[in-house]
Write a protein that binds this ligand. Structure first.
Ligand code: 13P
Length: 249
């Protein structure tokens, strides 16, 4: 397993047209003149995966999807399979993002099936977990995240390349972040749950933090024990901002 190097991944969500690929050029040129200390990936909307993979070919920028269907093919209008993402040039896929858990009713069980499908197609899954504000205020953050880990990670992940992303729902797109102590507390709990679920062999699998990561807070968040990278939304849309975060790793 290649883990222990941090992974900084950008999630473009439903943003970006062909013209946005100039941001990849900006990033590529900067990383070619000064290599990153971490792995770098961008997850654009499905319509851009193939074009972005072409723009990033031969560079250190990996390309990922934002979701996939658990089934390999069939009558599922509008959905995309893991093999289709791979075929378009993706090497990673974000799964179980809170915007899918909440907006599309995705359960832990479904996320687990998707992770298994992703592995089967040769993709590296980034499985997302995180508590809502209500759960945080009720003191349930660690319990919620632990139970999401136990049910969302299929056993076949043991020994494979994957990542977990801890994204508190209340920190996404809000400019709010947990304290560094809160991030460390949850990341330690995530690690413990991952080991309980998959065994001690996953001790080096990266646990990314996501939720309002910006160039000015990235370095301190990435220095927190057990933070193995970042999953970045808004600040990944512009190459210069994303680069500021990558340089903090
Ligand atoms: P923001 O960085 O915009 O808060 O989004 C985080 C996120 O949801 C990444 O998946």
């Amino acid at each position: 397993m290649k883990q222990s190097v941090k992974l900084v991944a950008g999630n473009w969500k439903m943003n970006g047209l062909g013209a946005s690929l100039t941001e990849v050029e900006v990033l590529r040129a900067a990383l070619e003149s000064e290599p990153a200390a971490c792995r770098v990936a961008l997850c654009p909307p499905a319509t851009l995966i193939e074009r972005m993979a072409r723009a990033a070919a031969g560079s250190p920028i990996g390309v990922g999807g934002q979701d996939c269907r658990a089934e390999t093919h069939g009558a599922f209008t509008g959905d995309v399979s893991a093999a289709m993402l791979r075929d378009a040039g993706a090497t990673l896929v974000i799964l179980g993002h809170s915007e899918r858990r909440q907006g599309h009713g995705e359960t832990d069980l479904l996320v687990s099936a998707k992770a298994e499908a992703a592995l089967g197609a040769g993709l590296e899954p980034i499985v997302c977990v995180g508590e809502t504000l209500q759960q945080r205020e009720a003191g349930q953050a660690v319990d919620v995240v632990r139970s999401q880990i136990m049910a969302s990670l299929p056993l076949v992940l043991a020994g494979r390349d994957f990542a977990v992303a801890y994204e508190p729902v209340w920190a996404i797109g809000t400019g709010l972040t947990p304290t560094l102590e809160q991030i460390e507390e949850v990341h330690r709990a995530v690690r413990a749950a991952m080991i309980e679920r998959l065994g001690p062999g996953i001790a080096a699998t990266p646990i990314l933090y996501g939720g309002s990561v910006k160039p000015d807070n990235a370095a301190e968040i990435l220095a927190v024990p057990e933070v193995g990278g970042a999953l970045v939304g808004g600040a990944s849309l512009r190459g210069a901002d994303f680069l500021g975060i990558i340089r903090g790793a």
